[in-house]
Each structure stands twice: as structure tokens, then as C-alpha cells.
Design a protein around this ligand. Structure first.
Ligand code: HEC
Ligand code: HEC
Length: 371
């Protein structure tokens, strides 16, 4: 317990140094209305400031456009699927409970669909790594650099929306409402791929989760049960040692020093970070995924191999493959030290469930605007 709180106190001190200033959301000129996505600071000093790309400032009109695009089946080749078909709000914008996702025409992809919460904090160093001039950040294997770059792929991917970009741009240009929406957001009725991905990125940056029980405990508005408190202690301490990969940055519950790791799942047919980089020492490394809202984002891992958090904990306790290539050395040390006691596994799960944010899962502003 004490150890957990000491870790937290240290974090508060370290993160406090980088803490943000607030701008007002109003604007004098006629352009789009700026939105400040930085969090209310009170009780949340331990969150870093959200980095916003200089060429894509967040605005009300941009978020509104992005929200429409995100939910609109016009994005798919056969007009049946939208981003939200695989990223559903009640599952924290993952595709839970589906292990893999059905794309256009029922085609199955090979990865479990990620949750989309607090990703604005992800598309930034130090969560990215730099290899031979390439910035690796998003997706399970890091192959996209930013939310803007990421959004290009699902539109044209045959197992996702399966729509060639030029056709999508034509359809949007001929639409009764989109040209005006693009003009409001970007000052031009001309619809470009750049503006489509920028609007999608703005909407996704607005998907912020900071009202879980964990957050409320941090703000002094709630208290952990004994099991949750013990679970946090096991999560951060030597018993579970989850913290060195899933700790540090509280926006995501991912350690900035370890954005990618091999957690010993065994020989997956997917090469992980070796795919986009060609480096053998990256074989088997995958993104350390955010644990925000983890209770509702299962199945778990890049291939969705575990149905429940109980299976995940049993894996970390007993089944980590010690011969997996490039296995993280701290994890190896913990595994050799012995299994995670059953009580501690249950306690860690109790703690993980405090990361579920009902406000996020039901927030009107994130929901389908066509309903
Ligand atoms: C057919 C299902 C499907 C559709 C449609 C889809 N996605 Fe995804 N999405 C996935 C899967 C599966 C992954 C994980 C893929 C991977 O890592 O290779 C993913 C990953 C992502 C990520 C990466 C998150 C992270 O943490 O790195 C983002 C962001 C995202 N999708 C946004 C979108 C947007 C925006 C759209 C619409 C333009 C969209 N998705 C459409 C299934 C889908
Ligand atoms: C060596 C770093 C490391 C350690 C230590 C670690 N994890 Fe992970 N964790 C990862 C990586 C990497 C992934 C994604 C792996 C994949 O799918 O290939 C992951 C995935 C997960 C997932 C699934 C996320 C999702 O969206 O599907 C959960 C839940 C999880 N870890 C919980 C824990 C818990 C609980 C502990 C402590 C008992 C722990 N992890 C320890 C690196 C780590």
C-alpha cells in the first residue's frame, strides 16, 4: 500500500513540472472556434498536457465534422460500415466482444480492434520510437506515426472500409451537407484527404476518459475498497510488476519508457514491431496497450486470444513464454521469481476495473450524431 502511494507521489511531483496552462475556448474572428483539450487541472496534476499538432488545431467545427465522418457509412465502399462499426462507444471504442473485426463484405482482419480513449496523449513522443527516420506509434505494431496518418489506412484497407480515397472524396463533395461542414472546419469547401483525416483525428483527440473511479479517487472524491487498494499495490509492486510497462503515464496507463515490449505471448504469426522496421531485435514486440476502460475492451492482446481479465492474469502468472524472442528482461525476472498468488491476481483485477469510466462510455458528445 505504502509503496503504491510513494510511487504515486513521485509521479505527481515529476508530472507536475510539465503541467499545462489553460486557454479560453473563445475566438474573436469568424474562423472555427478553438477548443482546449487540456484537462481540468484540479486533482489531475499528474497528467501530461495533450500535444496538438501545429497544423491541426482542435476546433468545435473540426470535432463535429470528425464525429459525423466517424459514424457515417459513406466512408465504406459499399456504404454499410463506418469507423464506429468496429470502434463502439459502449466498448470504449474497441470492438469488444469481437476477437477480430468484420470489415467490408465480412472480411476478417488479423488484429483485435483497439480502444480509442486518450489517444491524443499517445501520438507524441516519448510514446513513439524513432527508427531510421520513421516514427512508430499507433497500431499494435507501431506502423503509423499519428492519428492523422493512422486514419488513411482503415478507409482503403480491404478488411476494413474498403473504399479508394478518390471515390470517398467524390462522394463527400457531392453530399448535401459535407461541403459546408468542411468549410466551417477548414475554411474551404474543397474536400481533401488531409482535411478528412485531420477532422477524424480532432474527434478522436476529444475522446478523453478521466472520470473513472481511479480518477475520482485521485481527486479525493471516492475511496478504493481494500481489494482495489491491494490490487494497485500488487500492480505497481514486485508481486505483479505490471507498472514498469503499464505505469507512468496516467492518461493511458502505459510507461513512456516502454512503448513497445514483448510480454511473452509466444511465437505469434505476426512479427510485431519487426514488421514495419525489419529489425530482428524487434521481433515479438507489440504496443504496450492502454489499460483505460480495460474491463469493457476484451478480448485481449493483439490477436484477442484471451476472453477475460482472469485469463490475462493467469497468463502473466503462469504462461509467459520464457523462450519468446526479445522477451522483456524485467518480466523474465518476475516470472522466474514465481507465480502471482491467486489473491493478488483477483486484487489486480479489482484495481483494473476501477479504470472503467461510465461517463466516457455514455457521453453524448461522443455518440452517433445521426441517431
Ligand atoms: C473493420 C473494422 C474497423 C474499421 C471499420 C475501422 N477500424 Fe480502426 N482498428 C481496427 C483494428 C482491427 C485495429 C487494430 C489494427 C492494427 O493494429 O493493425 C484498429 C486500430 C485503430 C486505431 C489505432 C489505435 C491505437 O491505439 O493505435 C485507430 C486510431 C483507429 N483504428 C481509428 C479508426 C478510424 C478513424 C476508422 C474510420 C476511418 C477506423 N478505425 C475504422 C478495426 C477497424
Ligand atoms: C514487459 C512489459 C509488460 C508487463 C510487465 C506487463 N504487460 Fe501487459 N501488455 C504488454 C504488452 C506489450 C501488451 C500487448 C501485447 C500484445 O497484444 O501482443 C500488453 C497487454 C496487456 C493487456 C491487454 C490489453 C488489450 O488492450 O488487449 C492487459 C489487460 C495487460 N497487458 C495487463 C497487464 C497486467 C495486469 C500486468 C501485470 C501482471 C502486465 N500487463 C504486465 C506489456 C506488459
Amino acid at each position: 500500500m505504502l509503496r503504491g502511494f510513494l510511487v504515486l507521489l513521485l509521479l505527481l511531483l515529476v508530472a507536475g513540472a510539465g503541467c499545462g496552462k489553460s486557454k479560453s475556448g473563445s475566438s474573436d474572428d469568424e474562423g472555427p472556434t478553438p477548443v482546449d483539450l487540456d484537462l481540468p487541472r484540479e486533482g489531475l496534476a499528474n497528467w501530461p498536457e495533450m500535444p496538438i499538432p501545429a497544423d491541426n488545431p482542435t476546433t468545435e467545427e473540426g470535432i463535429a465534422l470528425g464525429r459525423h465522418l466517424f459514424y457515417d457509412p459513406i466512408l465504406s465502399g459499399d456504404d454499410t460500415l463506418s469507423c464506429a462499426s468496429c470502434h463502439r462507444q459502449e466498448a470504449a471504442f474497441s470492438d469488444g466482444p469481437n476477437r477480430l473485426s468484420n470489415g467490408s463484405g465480412g472480411a476478417l482482419g488479423s488484429f483485435n480492434a483497439n480502444a480509442l480513449a486518450n489517444l491524443g496523449w499517445l501520438s507524441a513522443r516519448p510514446f513513439a520510437i524513432e527508427v531510421a527516420g520513421q516514427t512508430l506509434s499507433m497500431f499494435w505494431d507501431g506502423r503509423a506515426e499519428s492519428l492523422e496518418a493512422q486514419a488513411i489506412e482503415p478507409v482503403q484497407n480491404a478488411t476494413e472500409l474498403d473504399q479508394p480515397w478518390p471515390l470517398l472524396l467524390q462522394e463527400l463533395a457531392a453530399h448535401p451537407e459535407y461541403p459546408a461542414r468542411f468549410e466551417a472546419a477548414f475554411g474551404s469547401r474543397e474536400i481533401t484527404q488531409q482535411h478528412v483525416v485531420q477532422a477524424l483525428a480532432q474527434f478522436q483527440r476529444s475522446l478523453r476518459s478521466f472520470d473513472s473511479k481511479w480518477d475520482r479517487v485521485q481527486r479525493g472524491e471516492d475511496v478504493f475498497t481494500d481489494a482495489e487498494a491491494r490490487g494497485f499495490d500488487a500492480f505497481t509492486g514486485e508481486v505483479g510488476d505490471c507498472w514498469h510497462c503499464h505505469g507512468g503515464n496516467l492518461a493511458l496507463f502505459v510507461n513512456q519508457g516502454t512503448p513497445f515490449a514483448n510480454n511473452g505471448l509466444d511465437s505469434s504469426p505476426d512479427p510485431g514491431l519487426m514488421g514495419p522496421t525489419g529489425r530482428a531485435d524487434f521481433e515479438g514486440l507489440f504496443r504496450v496497450m492502454s489499460l483505460r476502460n480495460i474491463e469493457v475492451t476484451g478480448p485481449y492482446m493483439h490477436d484477442g486470444r484471451f476472453e477475460t481479465l482472469e485469463e490475462v492474469l493467469a497468463f502473466y502468472s503462469d504462461d509467459v513464454a520464457l523462450d519468446s524472442p526479445n522477451l522483456d528482461s524485467n518480466l523474465r525476472t518476475r516470472v522466474i521469481a514465481g507465480p502471482i498468488p491467486a489473491q493478488a491476481q483477483a486484487d489486480i483485477i479489482a484495481f483494473l476495473k476501477t479504470l472503467t469510466d461510465q461517463t466516457f462510455l455514455t457521453e453524448e458528445a461522443f455518440s452517433d450524431p445521426f441517431r
